[in-house]
Design a protein around this ligand. Structure first.
Ligand code: PLP
Length: 444
């Protein structure tokens, strides 16, 4: 973590960096400085603040070791061929999307650009479709990582769009909010696209098909790009009542859409990586699928001209082509469903409200039911951290400022860890309410 190694005090000397980097440091460093993930000294902490999947770690490790043992050749120690990914990798990725994302038009290897993770994919894509100083409408609540990835190279400003309620954020309410924000924008001509995460981080919910179509139609009418971040597409929670299964933006480009497909398709881009669905964020392997815009693809390839590691590429090709992939995905769903149930059963017993999730590695829970301000929420998160439980405060996910007290809890961890976390939450809240003599009556 950057914060552990650098003094990022506001007094940092910025005189020997460029003006643009000075500005970016000033914007981003305070956000890193208030990150709550660094453990308290001397306390053995449980970290449930990061969206990583430990449940399939061992199975993926076996596959990765097999990949190195069986498929690594001298070629993989050389410079990668071409820009935008090795042809074997692009073929494996295209096959993967055709199998799992049901695209309206079959994905060809030349529709894909490989990147070092989904973050790099966003950075490269935004650099090639936006000008510096442009803006994009990002549907909230959303992952805090959008801000740095949009800012560092592309210099694009996110405008967060929130529905009136968290529950409404994947429903038609978000479409109305999107139209309102655009219609009242000071510089609508600078707004170049809509960014959404489907399934959502932090809510673990999918957009309904009607909502996705309306958003695509909005992009069509207003000549905007749609950037659909689908990194949690296959992380479905088995045995959980799924209200809305995942539907890829790639699968909606057909005659059911009230739009001009010829002009819209070049502005539709999907981002995915192996970080979440394959539980291997360290491999740093992601991609952009942009089926009708060769210039944006080549531009994105140039924007990540350093290329991805041949070693990562070789491991990814082996894994994506493995006959074990369907079993891995099914087993992952089963394990995620079980872990989710342990967490939600525990939260229900503690009378803690949460937004039921259908996909993903985490849950949004209102641990601080009494919280009225951002300060109240930070107090809860800091208090939990002091006793050894690290969770991500809701404010990090741009909830729109209407509600405080939410935290995102990652459940894709061993059952024992989730149970210990629940005990810590119970202990902390019991103590907290006793000290402040907050009774159930006051919470109602
Ligand atoms: C919505 C979303 N997109 C992208 C990323 C980054 O993915 P990667 O590790 O592939 O860069 C994350 C990581 O948490 C995420 O939640």
């Amino acid at each position: 973590m950057l914060t552990e190694f650098f003094d990022i005090s506001p007094t940092m000397d910025l005189s020997n960096v460029s003006r643009h980097m000075g500005t970016k440091l000033q914007i981003l460093l305070p956000k890193l400085a208030c990150s709550h993930s660094t453990p308290v000294d001397g306390i053995h902490s449980i970290d449930l603040s990061i969206a990583e999947n430990a449940l399939i770690g061992e199975a993926v490790l076996v596959m990765a070791k097999e990949a190195v043992a069986k498929s690594l050749t001298l070629k993989d120690l050389s410079y990668p061929a071409g820009v935008g990914g090795d042809s074997g990798l692009l073929k494996a990725l295209a096959g993967f999307f055709n199998t799992y994302f049901k695209p309206s038009t079959s994905v060809k290897p030349e529709h894909v650009i490989a990147t070092s993770g989904a973050g790099n994919a966003l950075d490269a894509l935004l650099s090639s479709i936006c000008d510096e100083g442009d803006q994009v409408l990002v549907l909230g609540p959303c992952w805090e990582g959008f801000t740095p990835y949009l800012l560092i190279h592309a210099n694009v400003e996110p405008i967060i769009v929130n529905a009136p309620t968290l529950e409404g954020s994947t429903q038609m309410d978000i479409v109305y909010a999107l139209r309102d924000v655009y219609n009242t924008a000071t510089h609508p001509e600078r707004i170049k696209g809509v960014v959404l995460t489907n399934p959502s981080n932090p809510l673990g919910k999918c957009y309904t098909v009607d909502v996705l179509r309306k958003i695509l139609e909005f992009c069509d009418v207003n000549e905007m790009h749609l950037i659909s971040d689908e990194v949690y597409a296959l992380s479905r929670l088995q045995n959980v009542n799924c209200f809305q299964p995942f539907i890829s933006a790639l699968s909606l480009l057909d005659d059911n859409l009230n739009a001009n497909l010829a002009t819209l398709a070049p502005r539709v881009h999907v981002v995915w990586s192996m970080s979440k669905d394959f539980g291997c964020s360290g491999i740093r392997l992601g991609c952009i699928i942009s089926q009708a815009n060769m210039a944006a693809r080549i531009g994105s390839g140039l924007a990540s001209y350093w290329q991805i590691s041949s070693l990562a590429s070789a491991v990814a090709v082996f894994m994506l082509n493995s006959p074990d992939v369907p079993n891995l995905i099914a087993r992952n769903s089963e394990l995620l469903g079980e872990a989710y149930t342990i967490l939600t059963d525990g939260l229900t017993k503690l009378a803690i409200k949460y937004i039921p999730a259908d996909y993903g590695l985490f849950l949004f829970a209102k641990v601080g039911e009494h919280c009225k301000t951002p300060k109240d929420e930070v107090e809860i998160v800091k208090g939990l951290k002091k006793i050894g439980l690290i969770v991500a405060p809701g404010q990090r996910f741009n909830c729109g400022g209407q509600e405080y007290g939410w935290v995102r809890i990652t459940f894709s961890q061993p059952a024992k860890m989730i149970r210990t976390a629940l005990i810590m939450i119970e202990t902390y809240l019991g103590d907290y309410y006793m000290k402040r003599e907050i009774t159930n009556m006051q919470l109602l």
